[in-house]
Design a protein around this ligand. Structure first.
Ligand code: SF4
Length: 340
């Protein structure tokens, strides 16, 4: 499939201001040179601990804020290939039809004073796509598609459970028939029993509408089922990315190995020895020199504290930034034998 989204050397540095005159005393390097691509119809999982820059990356893609540096190329259905940070506001408005977001918290992301009709219909109104009866029909269709009854249209979000609210958020994101959806931890606020339902729904919708997902998650437990490829972030950078089965069975970065060891695995054949990472996630205002992971890495050598490893392609579609990627025999996880 052709590439839909291509991010190149993306950076977002937030100034740290101090004192009466708001002098800039430093920068938080939230996103610090991130490159990746997503093919049409696939899901890229973007994974890392809080503060690693994954959510900021998702917001930059949707141009919720401007980047400090870098390009975000998107193959827009109507406008052709555009560089998102460089387009003007009218092109951005048209682009917004084709890129939507599903938020983490279905409780706070829906306006409590709006009915389902208003919530799901709002994007259609704003973009002048439908109104009146046509709008109502489209909202009814969207509610059906996400598994909600159309009679709910005049109710308010408080009448619904967490899982149902997330379905409302998904219906809203789908209303304009977008090409790309950034899913910002869409199941992490939900009960485990509901998580699988929402993930299955997202997968069905992807097939049905040929959607492309950038799926942001804080650990590797939910992305295995939904992602074609996974990119692991640490302190503003991608440290490893690979097709999902390969990343699980053959991790090449010590950080990925540690994240994998922490994933709960109901299947006993997939159990691994847990690796406890020492120390805290590095502070993106003061990233350690060399490899940012070196203070916590049990495989570090002298070189790691001095020289920053580049992200290199060590096999087709498998990228790693570690000086020792080839020589280490890291512990992976046996492939999935059955679905959830
Ligand atoms: Fe560990 Fe060195 Fe590889 Fe960084 S470069 S992950 S410190 S072995």
């Amino acid at each position: 499939a052709p590439i839909l989204l291509e991010v190149r050397n993306l950076k977002k540095h937030f100034p740290i201001k101090r004192g009466w005159f708001s002098r800039t005393v430093g920068y938080v390097r939230a996103v610090d040179g991130v490159s990746f691509f997503v093919r049409e119809g696939e899901t890229l999982g973007l994974v890392g601990e809080s503060g690693c820059g994954k959510t900021t990356t998702g917001r930059l893609v949707l141009r919720a804020m401007p980047p400090t540096e870098g390009d975000i190329w998107f193959r827009d259905r109507e406008q052709g290939r555009v560089n998102i940070p460089a387009i003007d506001s009218s092109a951005l408005k048209r682009l917004r039809r084709n890129m939507q977001m599903i938020f983490q918290d279905p409780y706070s992301s829906l306006n409590p004073r709006m009915t389902l009709l208003e919530i799901v219909g709002e994007p259609l109104l704003v973009h002048g796509v439908a109104k009146g009866v046509e709008l109502k029909d489209r909202v009814a269709e969207m509610l059906r598609v996400v598994g909600l009854r159309t009679e709910y249209m005049n109710r308010y979000p408080h009448a619904f459970s967490g899982g149902q609210r997330q379905r409302i958020g998904i219906a809203r994101a789908l209303a304009l028939n977008p090409q790309l959806i950034v899913c910002d931890e869409p199941v992490s606020a939900l009960d485990v029993s509901i998580q699988a339902q929402i993930l299955n729904l997202l997968q069905d919708l992807q097939q049905q509408f040929r959607l492309t997902y950038l799926f942001v998650a804080h650990d590797l437990s939910v992305v295995e089922h939904i992602s074609d490829r996974i990119a692991v972030m640490y302190v503003g950078k991608i440290v490893e990315s690979a097709p999902t089965p390969r990343l699980y069975t053959m991790p090449r970065h010590p950080y990925t190995e540690a994240l994998l060891s922490a994933v709960p695995k109901p299947d006993p054949r997939r159990r691994t020895t847990p690796i406890v990472l020492e120390g805290e996630v590095a502070d993106p205002a003061h990233p350690p020199p060399g490899c940012a992971f070196h203070p916590r890495c049990r495989y570090r050598i002298e070189r790691c504290a001095v020289e920053t490893p580049e992200l290199r392609e060590i096999a087709p579609d498998h990228f790693v930034s570690c000086h020792r990627a080839e020589e280490l025999a890291l512990q992976g996880v046996a492939p999935l034998t059955r679905a959830l």
